[in-house]
Ligand binder design. Structure first.
Ligand SMILES: Nc1ncnc2c1ncn2[C@@H]1O[C@H](COP(=O)(O)OP(=O)(O)OP(=O)(O)O)[C@@H](O)[C@H]1O
Ligand SMILES: [Mg+2]
Length: 294
């Protein structure tokens, strides 16, 4: 058997994508198990004054290796909380989360997260922000800069390398944060409404770019969005969450031919958007009722 290149060793411009895909498929056959296993997870936030909020309750979800899963649910149902738990930014206190069979013990380079609120270092420029994760990976300086520039170009921030976050629009900050996460080439991408601050046109471009990256490098993606059409377009499965405390209400399979240029206008696609939208709307109504009664 040949040597399987580590993802971190893959240099994008000299990539033999056919080989990468072959290796990826072989690995997939070899390890058919789920990559992320979320088992009966709950999470309670406790404030210093003793008020507690149960954000998640009994959440179970398996995400297969190289699968693209979208998380949809009403505001406040715990989507970000679930992503923080998988990312290792919050401790798992109820239930269990395993990645590649191992319990999570904090953040790691195998999981890249795009936070809902960008989380760029305000004192670093765009280039320095993107370089930050690469510096931690021990990659040679020239290769680091080359790779950082590649992803800055990819998200359309060429010319803004030396700008500080305060000098960027919301959408530009969001794109810088996406570039920073993609540049470290994690096996698992955790994305929390990554396109929420983008204008409609840039959003479409970024969706296409993300699909392209996912199809070529076969990452596992967990993608939080409020946009039902975006979820149906991007994901292979959609996990619809209940109102708070969030749990998985229903999982919908959404396997469409993404290469079909007429996909978003086709009847099966429109029906699927409608079906998922009805599920989400029902939970949003329950969430609003809960807020009114609180
Ligand atoms: N740091 C925190 N301290 C206390 N409560 C919190 C904290 N973060 C979130 N919560 C509460 O936990 C619940 C879930 O929050 P979370 O941010 O995970 O929801 P969400 O589904 O991501 O919402 P949105 O779609 O609006 O981003 C909410 O009721 C929120 O008020
Ligand atoms: Mg959120």
């Amino acid at each position: 058997m040949g040597v399987i290149p580590k993802r971190s060793e893959i240099c994008r411009e000299c990539v033999d994508w056919e080989l990468v895909e072959k290796v990826a498929n072989r690995e997939r056959v070899m390890n058919g198990a789920a990559q992320i296993v979320i088992e009966r997870v709950g999470h309670v936030y406790r404030s210093p004054r003793g008020r507690s909020v149960m954000a998640l309750e009994n959440v179970s979800l398996d995400v297969r290796d190289r699968e693209f899963v979208a998380l949809l649910g009403p505001s406040g149902c715990g989507k970000s909380t679930l992503l923080y738990l998988v990312g290792g930014f919050l401790p798992v206190e109820q239930g269990a989360i395993r990645v590649d069979g191992k319990p999570i013990a904090g953040p790691g380079p195998d999981r890249g997260i795009v936070f809902q609120h960008f989380a760029l270092f305000p004192w670093k420029t765009v280039l320095q922000n993107v370089l930050y994760g690469l510096e931690k990976q021990g990659i040679a300086r020239e290769e680091r800069t080359r790779r950082a520039q590649l992803f800055i170009d990819l998200v359309g921030l060429t010319g803004f390398e030396d700008s500080y976050p305060a000098q960027l629009s919301g959408g530009m900050k969001q794109r810088a944060a996406i570039a920073r996460t993609l540049a470290i080439d994690p096996q698992i991408l955790l994305m929390d409404e990554p396109f929420g601050a983008l204008d409609a046109q840039t959003r479409l471009l970024m969706q296409a770019e993300l699909l392209n990256i996912w199809q070529r490098s076969r990452k596992t993606v967990v993608f939080v969005t409020h946009d039902v059409q975006e979820a149906v377009f991007l994901a292979e499965r959609i996990a619809v969450m209940s109102s708070r405390p969030g749990h998985i209400k229903e999982i919908v399979e959404t396997r469409f031919d993404k290469a079909d240029p007429g996909l978003t206008r086709s009847a099966p696609f429109i029906d699927m958007v409608d079906h998922v939208w009805n599920l989400v709307r029902a939970e949003a109504v329950l969430a609003a009722r809960g807020r009114a009664e609180a």
